[in-house]
Design a protein around this ligand. Structure first.
Ligand code: DAK
Length: 257
């Protein structure tokens, strides 16, 4: 059993993973990241899980990488850091993942939240890349994913000053898709996850991939990927089911094939 996570579900296709290291504001140490990577792998392999909600506490989604652990590593320790494998594994998760963020979402915490496909936050959330205050810089995608999400101006400001932004500012900048009352953040994320979980899983998976492609490639390649993915769906039973259900004026029953 994981020591640093609380697990719930899958229920209606949705698994909830809660980061739970309250004594350190969910700072991401090797153990927590390893447990998270393992849980996501299990969720990926489980046909009953169609979407994941990743959350923390009301005070902190995660206050970053564990600084005390990081301080003990020298150059070789960083090169051989076991957390690198966990980060890689987390980034390969193929099903939709929604981050439900309250409180501090800093450094590696913000980078982890940006691994999600969509992010919603409570009014109390604070997003930041404060690594510069420690004489380091983001190392798990902060300069790249944040730049893609909110553009160069705000990214530079956040990465170079280390100053956090509010949930409202994150919403305006496009980092998150909704702001809600902190006590309703998880509930709302689960609601969104259940909607996604009710759709055709292969279509969801390919649509997710296609949207991510838009961030990593030129328009012509992205459009080509989209066309191929769209065409691939013609081979699925769920496509037939979706089109039939519309014409028969009933709800589709998607099977994931
Ligand atoms: N690491 C370890 N412990 C932390 C922590 C952290 N990031 N953040 C908080 N804690 C601990 C505190 O030490 C304290 O524990 P005790 O010392 O009392 O035992 C407890 O959590 C409560 O924290 P505070 O007492 O400080 O609580 P406050 O409400 O006063 O302040 C705060 C909350 C979030 C403003 C403050 O705790 C803070 O500034 N925390 C550090 C935030 C930060 O600098 N985050 C960035 C860390 S660097 C990489 C991948 C990732 C990364 C790098 C490389 N690779 C794959 C290569 C990421 C780097 C980072 O995230």
């Amino acid at each position: 059993m994981p020591q640093n996570l609380l697990l719930k579900g899958p229920d209606k296709g949705v698994r909830i993973i809660t980061l739970h290291r309250p004594e350190a504001l969910n700072a991401l140490n090797t153990a927590l990241l390893g447990e998270l990577a393992a849980e996501l792998q299990a969720a990926d392999a489980d046909p009953e899980t169609r979407a994941v909600v990743l959350t923390g506490s009301e005070k902190a989604f995660a206050a970053g990488a564990d600084i005390k652990e990081m301080a003990a590593r020298d150059l070789v320790g960083i090169l051989e850091d076991p957390r690198l494998q966990s980060w890689q594994s987390i980034s390969r998760f193929s099903k939709p993942i929604i981050a439900a963020v309250n409180g501090f979402c800093l450094g590696g915490g913000c980078e982890l939240a940006m691994h999600a496909d969509l992010m919603i936050a409570g009014e109390n959330a604070r997003f930041g890349q404060p690594e510069i205050n420690l004489g380091i810089m983001p190392g798990a995608g902060g300069t790249q994913r944040l730049r893609r999400a909110v553009g160069p101006a705000l990214t530079m400001q956040m990465v170079l000053t280390g100053e956090p932004i509010s949930a409202q500012r994150a919403l305006e900048a496009g980092l998150i898709s909704e702001v809600c009352q902190p006590e309703l953040t998880v509930e709302r994320a689960v609601q969104l996850a259940e909607i996604i979980a009710s759709k055709a899983p292969i279509a969801v998976r390919l649509a997710k991939e296609a949207v991510h492609k838009a961030g990593d490639t030129d328009l012509a390649s992205g459009l080509r990927f989209e066309r191929h993915a769209f065409t691939l769906l013609a081979g699925t039973q769920d496509r037939q089911e979706g089109l039939n259900a519309f014409q028969e004026k009933r709800k589709p029953d998607f099977k994931g094939c």
